[in-house]
Design a binder for this molecule. Sequence first.
Ligand SMILES: *[C@@H]1O[C@H](CO)[C@@H](O)[C@H](O)[C@H]1NC(C)=O
Ligand SMILES: *[C@@H]1O[C@H](CO)[C@@H](O)[C@H](O)[C@H]1NC(C)=O
Ligand SMILES: *[C@@H]1O[C@H](CO)[C@@H](O)[C@H](O)[C@H]1NC(C)=O
Ligand SMILES: *[C@@H]1O[C@H](CO)[C@@H](O)[C@H](O)[C@H]1NC(C)=O
Ligand SMILES: *[C@@H]1O[C@H](CO)[C@@H](O)[C@H](O)[C@H]1NC(C)=O
Ligand SMILES: *[C@@H]1O[C@H](CO)[C@@H](O)[C@H](O)[C@H]1NC(C)=O
Length: 447
Amino acid sequence: MPVALALLLALCSLIPIYARSYGVGNVCELGRRPNTRPHSVSILEFGAVGDGKTLNTLAFQNAVFYLKSFADKGGAQLYVPPGRWLTGSFNLTSHLTLFLEKDAVILASQDPSHWQVVDPLPSYGRGIDLPGKRYMSLINGYMLHDVVVTGDNGTIDGQGLLWWDRFNSQSLEHSRPHLVEFVSSENVIVSNLTFLNAPAYTIHSVYCSHVYIHKVTANTSPQSPYTIGIVPDSSENVCIQDSIINMGYDAISLKSGWDEYGISYARPTANVQIRNVYLRAASGSSISFGSEMSGGISDVVVRDAHIHNSLSGIAFRTTTGRGGYMKEIDASNIYMVNVGTAFLANGSFGTHPDSGFDADAFPLVSHIRLHDIVGENISAAGDFFGTKESPFTSVLLSNISLSMKNSGSADDSWQCLFVDGSSESVVPEPCPELKSFDSSYGVAVAL
Ligand SMILES: *[C@@H]1O[C@H](CO)[C@@H](O)[C@H](O)[C@H]1NC(C)=O
Ligand SMILES: *[C@@H]1O[C@H](CO)[C@@H](O)[C@H](O)[C@H]1NC(C)=O
Ligand SMILES: *[C@@H]1O[C@H](CO)[C@@H](O)[C@H](O)[C@H]1NC(C)=O
Ligand SMILES: *[C@@H]1O[C@H](CO)[C@@H](O)[C@H](O)[C@H]1NC(C)=O
Ligand SMILES: *[C@@H]1O[C@H](CO)[C@@H](O)[C@H](O)[C@H]1NC(C)=O
Ligand SMILES: *[C@@H]1O[C@H](CO)[C@@H](O)[C@H](O)[C@H]1NC(C)=O
């Protein structure tokens, strides 16, 4: 055998961890197809009034009902002109494009009676805030395909203050609504819009596939309780790209169901790409995994993220009773500034939906790779707390350079318990658990 070929084969055997494609393919290219609909109607044709005061729920519902008849004729666009369009919750339909013109603002009604109450999601068994039912989201897609929510940077404003106050004062009747939610839908695009003040999550996709979210801005106040930007939940083939997200809690959070409900629903979140995002998470994490992850989360690639003013940068959260897994996760080319804990992995995090959880359902956290990361003004580099029954395994850190807020003080930058992995070129120097040579990373020596 020629020497060059032998060398190549030898190298290939070392490649898996570095060149693994994670099967993600080009999920971010899927949303690039042009979206033109042969028919377009304006919300004005359904009697809507854009004065910020008139309730337009019926106009939106009637418009969508009318546009259903175009589903087999190439679909249609519902056009929302400049104005302030107050509405309660409404549903979308397949082959529909909801287009918000520049200076068009859809305003969510602050009267809870304008929000339908619906059953909890089967993979959660109850609402996230409270047991039992939940408010339906403002804009909903249920069992749809080929839906687009876009515009020329129009705005969807959830006016969430009322819901945040009720959450804080424990006076919610049901779990809070989200701003936009797709359930069991395929080929969904959300783009070119600004989302403000979501009551809870801004964009929630659950049991979906082929979801493409790009060029969105999503903001809630840093004080808003547990508001989350984009939540791919039990969904596969998801791309989040070119977006700016500033949230009270997490900016992007990947989930897949809660304890026994998520375990029996068994629908993972897989093949997710997150690229070119600018994130802030005041009291949570800019990118988080879990803590609801009982259906499993795998094959996630994060590239080119700017994370600032966040309690933590990247967090993995789970607890006993969750079951499920978080694995094959690769994050790189990340810049962090003014971040509390750059990397956080907590195996004892979060509560249970009810007492029916399985105390022997241990989550698996493995094959996490964090590399090519620079941080400035970081308070703690990394906290990895696995548990005796389910230690975190195969955590690989490489080419990470964090300048610490209090450099020179006692070195507790990294804290590790029940975790093993390996590292290369990491400053400050990680804890011994993450320095050990792990044979499954045979190539670490060749970095
Ligand atoms: C919207 O869809 C949900 C199903 O997800 C249904 O329960 C509800 O009645 C629909 N609302 C309207 C106004 O069509
Ligand atoms: C997105 O919005 C920009 C302006 O913010 C506009 O120029 C562009 O045409 C929009 N793209 C689409 C696909 O509507
Ligand atoms: C979109 O609109 C928001 C305000 O509604 C503004 O802050 C933002 O800069 C705009 N983005 C673009 C790309 O025009
Ligand atoms: C460093 O980050 C902390 C938040 O972790 C922030 O309060 C502080 O203002 C930052 N310092 C500088 C110099 O930016
Ligand atoms: C893990 O989460 C639990 C529950 O929220 C908390 O009490 C604990 O301090 C966390 N551990 C770390 C290392 O953050
Ligand atoms: C280390 O990471 C930095 C920041 O992402 C990057 O610019 C640099 O090229 C990386 N170095 C190597 C040797 O890969």
